[in-house]
Design a binder for this molecule. Structure first.
Ligand SMILES: [Zn+2]
Length: 168
């Protein structure tokens, strides 16, 4: 269970001076977190409108790096979580595909399909088993900031909503 704050992707987020892991004030370290933003899933009609209006729509997957406040001890854990997540994210499907090819060669189709499902599902399972203190998922024009700490998420929402209002 996480506390989510959704912001438009172009908003540069401000984090409150509080460790996202243990909630201690004024942490001395910054954790660089890289999040994968998937290409927007939209219909053909939306594509056509975007093209006609010549709006700048992001195409393809890309990485966004976030600077998240954390104390040095917590930073290590947070970085480790995202490191493993990245590994699982890339290796899971890769491993699944490799095993599928192997299974197909051996004529074990059902086993192959099963392995692919596990490969695709492994990042999701990993997430469910290990909830992070902080994570962000992006899709199209929105970025969802997920906090395990309710306090951090509330402060984050306050900070960024205020900035949005004063900016306009
Ligand atoms: Zn901490």
């Amino acid at each position: 269970m996480t506390h989510d704050v959704t912001l438009p992707i172009y908003v540069k987020p401000s984090f409150s001076p509080r460790c996202v892991v243990c909630e201690c004030e004024n942490p001395t370290a910054i954790a660089d977190i890289t999040v994968l933003v998937s290409a927007p899933v939209q219909g053909l009609a939306e594509d056509a409108v975007d093209l006609a209006l010549d709006t700048h729509s992001p195409s393809g997957n890309r990485n966004i790096s976030l600077q998240v406040p954390a104390c040095p001890r917590c930073k290590k854990g947070l970085k480790r979580w995202h490191f493993w997540k990245l590994i699982v994210q890339y290796l899971g499907p890769l491993l699944g595909t490799a095993l599928l090819i192997l299974a197909l060669i051996k004529g074990l189709t059902y086993l192959g399909i099963g392995i692919v499902i596990v490969g695709i599902a492994s990042p999701v399972i990993y997430e469910l088993v290990n909830p992070p203190a902080f994570n962000a998922t992006g899709s199209g024009r929105k970025l969802i900031y997920e906090f395990r700490s309710q306090r951090c998420s509330q402060e984050f929402a306050q900070l960024n909503q205020k900035e949005e209002n004063s900016g306009s």
